[in-house]
Ligand binder design. Structure first.
Ligand SMILES: CC(C)[C@H](C(=O)O)[C@@H](O)C(=O)O
Ligand code: SF4
Length: 464
């Protein structure tokens, strides 16, 4: 009567502190340039090395520009961050996929695609969207920089065991509805704190029918519901995705691992601390109208009114709408937008580019729209070119940029100007997230594509 989470967690317990946290063994530590410098400094100050350097993978992604990556970075702070990670990785003998390395990209895109993220693993990174890797059936969660240092030093982490939540979604998704819409829908129902304190397992026929890319998108957004992480039991989709990837097991080792991975599912009588259920038929293409990812609605719906809200909720709702320049009860269909961002660890994978291209094919980008199309990694970029998606996009007036986090959080120079509307496939729409004063509308690649060619918020179902 164990959950998938229990099985993986229990297999990694080194020691249980009485009435305290668990000392958990970690299979993989991913490091990017933002949250690792102090951890390395800490090791240096203590005169110690990484305990298991072969389990640690480093790559810059947040500060990398999305153009001219073969030239030195202009921005002094970004350059220092990226150079510091390269030096730290070298000094501590760690794998480093630097800028222009064909293995570089957003860490949460690279891990799965390089076969580094595997079912049954415990995976951590100083980054909240580490939850993404749970899509392959791993326990993956974000940690703070002092914890990064702890893992570097001991390959273990002290953690208290989270509660477990099962979210099932059943039924067939209708045309134009993607994994991103499922996640935004869940969040609109559960709010950004609906899963706080829980580790979520997603199950049900809708989830089983998602591709690996779709599962990665869904698990990526778990953290935005407040969850510690999200995971999906590995199945044939997972195994087919992993097989043949660089770093994936081969031969006898593959058979052995596969046999183990097949045991990784919640027992039918497993008990969860909480269970929630949704129907796929209720989900339409989604978008957000406010300044947290839980403020979402179906594209044909109207922004809620403040009726029935308490004073505090009303004030924060109003502040949010003021920032966005929207009114209660308004529809967003037909609203003029300025920028489109396709990318991020949420929707920067090959399938997202295929979806975007399928919709813009034969159309032209709206003249006033600035579109930033940023592959999640060089591997995604290579696949885009291999499939001729670059040609379709170019004919429609779009250009592909170089990989990285880009306008998802605008730590490089891809900043949306103040007051401008951005339809973005990323995962956060906080005030200033995409640049000071920028207004973010989160949506799927299909909704982003429809906005890019019409210049206004458009239901993608009218174009497919
Ligand atoms: C910079 C990093 C710590 C941060 C995170 O933890 O998620 C970033 O990736 C984000 O998406 O906001
Ligand atoms: S793409 Fe965005 S969400 Fe993902 S790691 Fe980078 S900044 Fe964070």
């Amino acid at each position: 009567m164990n959950t998938l989470f229990d099985k993986i967690w229990d297999a990694h317990v080194v020691e249980q502190v009485k009435d305290g946290p668990t000392q958990l063994y970690i299979d993989r530590l991913y490091c990017h340039e933002v949250t690792s410098p102090q951890a390395f400094s800490g090791l240096r100050a203590r005169g110690i090395e990484c305990f298991r350097p072969e389990k640690i993978y480093c790559m810059p992604d947040h500060n990398t520009p999305t153009h001219d990556q073969d030239k030195p970075i202009d921005d002094a702070i970004s350059k220092t961050q990226v150079d510091t990670l390269a030096k730290n990785a070298k000094d501590f003998g760690l794998a480093h996929f630097g800028m222009m390395d064909k293995r570089n990209g957003i860490i949460h895109v690279v891990g799965p695609e390089r076969g580094l993220t595997l079912p049954g693993m415990t995976i951590v990174c100083g980054d909240s969207h580490t939850s993404t890797h749970g899509a392959l059936g791993a326990i993956a969660f974000g940690i703070g920089t002092s914890e990064v240092e702890m893992v570097m030093a001991s390959q273990c982490i002290l953690q208290s065991r989270p509660k477990t939540m099962l979210i099932t979604v059943d039924g067939e998704l209708s045309k134009g509805v993607t994994a991103k819409d499922v996640a935004l829908y869940m969040m609109s129902k559960m709010t950004t704190s609906g899963a706080t304190g829980y580790f979520v397992e997603y199950a049900g026929s809708t989830i089983r029918n998602l591709t690996m890319e779709g599962r990665l998108t869904l698990c990526n957004l778990s953290i935005e519901m407040g969850a510690r992480g999200g995971m999906i039991a590995p199945d044939e989709v997972t195994f087919a995705y992993i097989k043949g990837r660089e770093n994936a097991p081969t031969g006898e080792e593959w058979e052995k691992e596969l046999a183990y991975w097949k045991t990784l599912k919640s027992d039918t009588d497993a008990v969860f601390d909480k269970e929630v259920h949704f129907n796929a038929a209720d989900i339409e293409p989604m978008l957000t109208y406010g300044t947290n990812p839980g403020m979402g609605m179906g594209i044909t719906q109207h922004i809620p009114t403040t009726d029935g809200m308490g004073d505090a909720a009303k004030a924060s709702f109003k502040k949010s709408l003021d920032y966005m320049g929207f009114q209660p009860a308004e529809t967003l269909l037909g609203k003029k937008i300025d920028y489109v961002f396709l990318g991020a660890c949420t929707n920067g994978r090959i399938e997202d580019f295929r979806a975007f291209a399928s919709l813009v094919k034969g159309h032209k980008k709206a003249d006033h729209v600035i579109a930033w199309l940023v592959p999640g990694s060089w591997m995604v970029d290579a696949q885009i070119r291999k499939e001729g998606i670059d040609k379709i996009l170019e004919e429609a007036g779009f250009a592909i940029r170089q990989p990285g986090c880009s306008a998802c959080l605008a730590m490089n120079d891809d900043k949306i100007p103040a007051g401008k509307y951005s339809v973005s496939t990323s995962n956060r729409n906080f005030e200033g997230r995409q640049g000071p004063g920028a207004r973010t509308i989160l949506a799927s690649p299909l909704v982003a594509a429809a906005a890019a060619i019409t210049g206004v918020i458009t239901d993608p179902r009218e174009l497919i």
